[in-house]
Design a protein. Structure first.
Length: 477
C-alpha cells in the first residue's frame, strides 16, 4: 500500500462505519484505481463490500480489477449476485474474463449466469480460447472504422463510441467482412482534412497478433514494435479484439516471476507469495529439493569411486569444494544468460551452434583465468612451505610427510588444468541445456541454477580426479 492509500484507509473505514456513503464516493472518486483497491482490500470484507456498493460504477469496476483473486472472491460473496454483477459487467472484457478464469468453478458459473446476454456472450468468447493464449488476453472494446468513411465521419464515430473503448489512441480499419486491413493512430486521423477518405490515410502496413498465439509472443511483439496496443485477428484475418500494453505488462511480470522461481530451483507459484500458505510452499519446493538431493548423492558415489586416490593424496580432497563450485558457478552463469535470451527472443533455438562456438571461447578464457588463480594459490603455499604435512605413525611418533611439498608444482598443474576443463564443461552444459529443453517443448527455466550446478558437480569430480591421476601418477599417486 502506498502513502496515499495508507493515509486514506482509516478515514474511509470510519466513513463506512458511520454510513456516510456519499462522502466515501466523493473521497475515492479521482483516486487511481490501484489505490482504491489497496484501501478497500485493507478493510474487513463486509466494509469493503459496502464501499464497493456505493462507488461510482466505473471506479468500482476499475478498482476491482486490481484486487488479488482471493480478495475478489470474498467480495463477490459479500456483494451477492446483484451487487457483484453490477461491478463485473462494468469491467473491461479482458479483466472480466481474467477474473472469471481465476474464480472457483461454482462461483464462476453463478456469476456468468447472472450476466446480461450480451456481456455473457462476449465473456464466453474470450474464455473459449485456450489458457495463456492471446485470445484470453484481448479485450473486445476497441474502435473500428471503414475505409470508405470520411475523416469527419470517423471522428464522429470515435466521439460516439470511444468512451467504452479500452483505448482510442489507435483505431482499426476493417472491410465489409470484418477483416483487418490497417490501423491508424488517432493523431493521423485528427490532423487530416475532414473531407479526406480514411483509405487515403492508409498504408496497409500493420502488425497483428493471432488469437491462438502464446501470450509470451505478444510481450515480445509489443516490445519489438513499441506499440501501446496491437490488434488480434483470427485464422481468417477478422479483427476479434486488441491487446493493450497494460495487459502485456502483467503477462511479462508473471513470466518473469515464474522464471525467477524456476531458476531458484522450485515450481512456479500459482498465487501471490505473500498470500501463499505453508502447505502450498512446501508442495512447490519439496519435489525440487528431493530431486536435487538425490542428484547430489551421485556426487558422493562418484567420490567413493576415487577413494584410493584420496587416501594416497589427502590433499586432493581439500580442493574438491572449490573445484566443483567453479564448474557449477560457470554453468549457472551461462544457463541464466541463455534462459533470459530465449525468453526475450534475443536468440532462437536454431542459434545453438552460434552460441556454442562463442561460449567455447568465453569459457576457455574464463577457465584459463580461474586456472591461473588456482595455480598461483598452490605455488604460493609451496613457496611458503605450507604443504609439509604432520602425520602420526603406528608408534605414536610424529612423521613429516613432504611428498606434497616436493611436488607442489605438479599439484598446481593438476589443479589449474582441472579448473580449465571444469569451467569449460560447466559453461557448455549450462548454455546448451536450455536449448535442449526448448527443443523438447519444455520451459528452458527448468534448467535452473541448482539443477545445472548438480549436474556439473558429478562431471566435475570425474574431470578433476582423472586429470590428477594423469599428472600426479608416479609422484603423489
Amino acid at each position: 500500500m502506498n502513502l496515499t492509500a495508507e493515509l486514506l484507509a482509516p478515514d474511509i473505514s470510519a466513513l463506512i462505519k458511520d454510513g456516510a456513503f456519499s462522502e466515501v464516493r466523493a473521497a475515492l472518486h479521482g483516486i487511481p484505481p490501484a489505490d482504491i483497491a489497496d484501501i478497500l482490500a485493507s478493510l474487513e470484507p463486509a466494509d469493503a463490500a459496502l464501499g464497493f456498493r456505493f462507488l461510482q460504477r466505473d471506479d468500482a469496476a476499475d478498482a476491482f480489477a486490481y484486487l488479488a483473486p482471493e480478495v475478489q472472491e470474498r467480495l463477490i460473496n459479500e456483494l451477492g449476485a446483484e451487487g457483484s454483477v453490477r461491478v463485473i459487467e462494468a469491467m473491461s472484457g479482458d479483466d472480466r474474463a481474467k477474473l472469471l478464469d481465476e474464480l472457483p468453478e461454482a462461483v464462476c458459473q453463478r456469476v456468468v449466469a447472472s450476466l446480461s446476454p450480451e456481456t455473457r456472450a462476449t465473456t464466453q468468447a474470450i474464455l473459449g480460447y485456450p489458457p495463456r493464449t492471446v485470445g484470453r488476453l484481448m479485450t473486445p472494446d476497441y474502435i473500428r472504422i471503414k475505409p470508405e468513411w470520411t475523416v469527419a465521419q470517423a471522428l464522429d464515430h470515435i466521439r460516439r463510441y470511444g468512451r467504452d473503448a479500452e483505448t482510442i489512441n489507435v483505431v482499426y480499419v476493417v472491410d465489409e467482412s470484418g477483416r483487418l486491413i490497417d490501423d491508424l493512430r488517432l493523431r493521423a486521423v485528427f490532423l487530416a482534412d475532414p473531407a479526406a477518405k480514411i483509405e487515403d490515410l492508409m498504408n496497409r502496413n500493420f502488425v497483428a497478433l493471432k488469437a491462438d498465439m502464446p501470450q509470451e509472443e505478444a510481450v515480445q511483439m509489443m516490445a519489438r514494435y513499441d506499440r501501446i496496443a496491437l490488434p488480434v485477428v483470427d485464422s481468417r484475418g477478422s479483427l476479434v479484439g486488441i491487446v493493450t500494453a497494460d495487459d502485456v505488462a502483467d503477462v511479462a511480470q508473471q513470466e518473469f516471476t515464474e522464471d525467477i522461481q524456476k531458476v531458484g530451483g522450485m515450481a512456479a507459484l500459482d498465487e501471490n507469495f505473500a498470500e501463499a500458505g505453508v502447505l502450498s510452499l512446501v508442495q512447490k519446493r519439496a519435489p525440487w529439493l528431493a530431486l536435487l538431493f538425490v542428484s547430489e548423492l551421485l556426487t558422493s558415489n562418484t567420490l567413493r569411486y576415487f577413494d584410493d586416490e584420496i587416501q594416497k593424496a589427502v590433499v586432493l580432497s581439500t580442493f574438491v569444494p572449490a573445484i566443483i563450485s567453479s564448474g557449477g558457478n560457470s554453468g549457472s552463469q551461462s544457463s541464466t544468460l541463455v534462459i533470459r535470451a530465449l525468453a526475450t527472443g534475443e536468440v532462437k533455438p536454431g542459434d545453438w551452434w552460434r552460441i556454442l562456438r562463442r561460449e567455447l571461447i568465453v569459457a576457455a578464457t574464463l577457465g584459463g583465468f580461474i586456472g591461473s588463480l588456482g595455480f598461483f594459490r598452490v605455488v604460493l603455499w609451496g613457496w611458503l612451505g605450507f604443504w609439509t604435512e604432520k602425520n602420526v605413525d603406528a608408534a605414536g611418533q610424529v612423521v613429516l610427510d613432504t611428498r606434497t611439498q616436493d611436488h607442489f608444482y605438479l599439484l598446481a598443474a593438476a589443479i589449474s588444468t582441472s579448473l580449465v576443463g571444469i569451467v569449460l564443461w560447466g559453461s557448455i552444459m549450462g548454455a546448451m541445456l536450455p536449448f535442449g529443453l526448448k527443443k523438447m517443448g519444455l520451459d528452458p527455466a527448468g534448467s535452473s541454477t541448482p539443477f545445472v550446478a548438480t549436474l556439473v558437480d558429478v562431471t566435475g569430480i570425474i574431470i578433476y580426479f582423472t586429470t590428477a591421476m594423469l599428472i600426479l601418477k608416479g609422484t603423489l599417486l
